[in-house]
Design a protein around this ligand. Structure first.
Ligand code: SF4
Length: 327
């Protein structure tokens, strides 16, 4: 598979109350292939939301990207770094190359407009040759693609169930056939039956349409259902990234193991859930050494003073002193 996105050294800071910057994402580096689903997991405060607002250029002050590149490789044409792109050029990218699905569909859908009209607005803004009739038909087709009868295009968002709204917002994100869809906890606000249906639809649509996904959630077992690879974030850094199945069955980073065991598995046998003791680090004053050391049951004296650097282990990148890193 060819590369779609190259994220290299992405660092995002917030201006702190005392003037000292707070680093919410540090040196984030990964590649995403065309058609790949990359899951990003971590507790709240791990930096995953900051990461997606930086990737999609939706961040607002006081957050600032202070370093790094996000190189998009279009199907035709030269690679483009999204970070320095002007708003005018970004508008051309949004929807057609890159779109986003938010946690709550009510944040994406305008409550005062019929759902179908929101589709035709997006479609006709990006294709001025499209007639109203053709745009309405396309809206109905897009809704049908996620299992919503075309006549529901006339409904207002509040006339749809939560699950239907979320599926409509996924269809809207796909309206202009982007090659990357960033999904921020897209199944958190729906029940488990709808969650399963949405995951199945994402997998089917990805197979049929070939778009790539960055799927962000706090729920690691859920990612096993949908992701090809998983990146685990802690304290603003990626601490482990690799193939989804092997990362889940054999986590190399103690935090990945803790996150896995903190949720019930969706398919495997029941197991005793064990939470991770303590709280995520305060990024205004992160601990020295490994940011996870105050919560890690395997921490050594070195962990409290030396930060582990990401290194390759078993076809994964892991940032932990215990996983064979050169010191
Ligand atoms: Fe635990 Fe040390 Fe590994 Fe950090 S580097 S996860 S503290 S063992």
């Amino acid at each position: 598979m060819s590369t779609l996105l190259d994220v290299d050294g992405l660092t995002v800071e917030y201006a702190g109350p005392t003037g000292n910057p707070v680093q919410a994402c540090v040196d984030i580096t990964f590649t995403l292939s065309r058609g790949e689903i990359l899951g990003v997991a971590g507790e709240s405060g791990s930096g995953k939301s900051t990461l997606i607002t930086a990737l999609t250029r939706l961040q607002r002050p006081p957050a600032i990207t202070t370093a790094g590149r996000v190189i998009h490789h279009p199907r035709d044409g030269e690679p483009v770094d999204l970070i320095p792109l002007s708003e005018r050029r970004l508008r051309r990218y949004r929807w057609t190359s890159l779109s986003i699905v938010l946690q709550s569909a009510m944040d994406a859908l305008n409550p005062l407009m019929r759902v179908g009209d929101q589709f035709t607005d997006v479609l006709r803004t990006h294709d001025r040759t499209l007639s109203k009739t053709a745009a309405h038909q396309r809206a109905r087709d897009l809704l049908a693609m996620v299992g919503i009868p075309g006549e529901r295009a006339r409904a207002y968002p509040h006339e749809m169930s939560g699950g239907m709204r979320q599926r409509a917002s996924i269809a809207l994100a796909l309206a202009c056939e982007p090659d990357l869809v960033v999904m921020d906890e897209p199944t958190t606000a729906v029940d488990v039956v709808m969650q399963r249906l949405i995951l199945q639809q994402i997998i089917r649509l990805r197979r049929e349409l070939g778009f790539a996904v960055i799927f962000v959630t706090h729920d690691l077992p859920l990612l096993l259902e949908v992701a090809d690879r998983i990146a685990v974030m802690y304290g603003g850094r990626i601490v482990e990234i690799g193939d989804a199945a092997s990362l889940y069955t054999n986590p190399l980073h103690p935090y990945t193991r803790g996150l896995r065991d903190a949720f019930p598995p969706l398919r495997a046998d029941k197991h005793l859930m064990t939470g991770i003791p303590g709280s995520p680090p305060d990024l205004r004053d992160p601990p020295p050494g490994c940011a996870f050391h105050p919560r890690c049951d395997q921490a050594t004296a070195t962990c409290a003073t030396e930060r582990p650097h990401p290194h390759a282990v078993q076809e994964r990148m892991v940032a932990c002193h215990l996983s064979g890193a050169p010191r």
